[in-house]
Design a protein. Sequence first.
Length: 244
Amino acid sequence: MRLAVAQLAVGESLEENTRRTIAFLEQAARRGVDLLCFPEMNLTGYAPAVLAAGDLNDRVEAALAELAAAGRRLGLGTVVGHGWWEDGALFNRATVLLPDGRRFHYDKIHLTEQEEKYFRRGTEALHFSLGERRIGLIICRDQNDPLLARRLREEGAEILFILSAHFYAPKEARWKLDKNRALPIARAVENKMYVLLANTVGSHLGMVSLGNSLIVDPDGCVVARAGESEETLLTLSLEKFGAA
């Protein structure tokens, strides 16, 4: 099994973000990837005009249908991030689309102080099976909670994907870089599981993300890391590295 994370910039056009997501899926398929995870909110971004639009769910659903069709055509699954309205509240959501037609979603539990002004927190953890592997999902600040990752491990997850969008003011982005690299390593070592973090890169709404997407093995060794500015694809072959 080959897993991957995409590091890419996020724009303010849902349709353009979807087009670029499909381009990454096509690239991943050429490299034999079975499941590709994208950064937090990669489809919608955070632009208020996009998230507050009355047709947001319809537009997201159309994008997810495109991605599901691409996944079936290419033979790989995808995990994407987007906003979603439900019961009158906005959620920071990750949706899993598998080529066999299965679909799951997870809503971010640990919101930032800024997000709490606009989003409702999720309440349920998520893990799902892919082949003989069980995979858990968390989103960005969720990585600060060791008990959430531990719960997923105790429920059978061997692999943890983290969707992130580390957008900060430029000085803060530099200041928090080491922390955001250290936490996935800590979660991997604590739980003896693979951790794959997909982060954004570039600027969005006046904020900056310094990339550094990474893949960590169960011993805490970083087996792949992206740089601070380039869009890229990181892959992990579990046949090469063995079971967690």
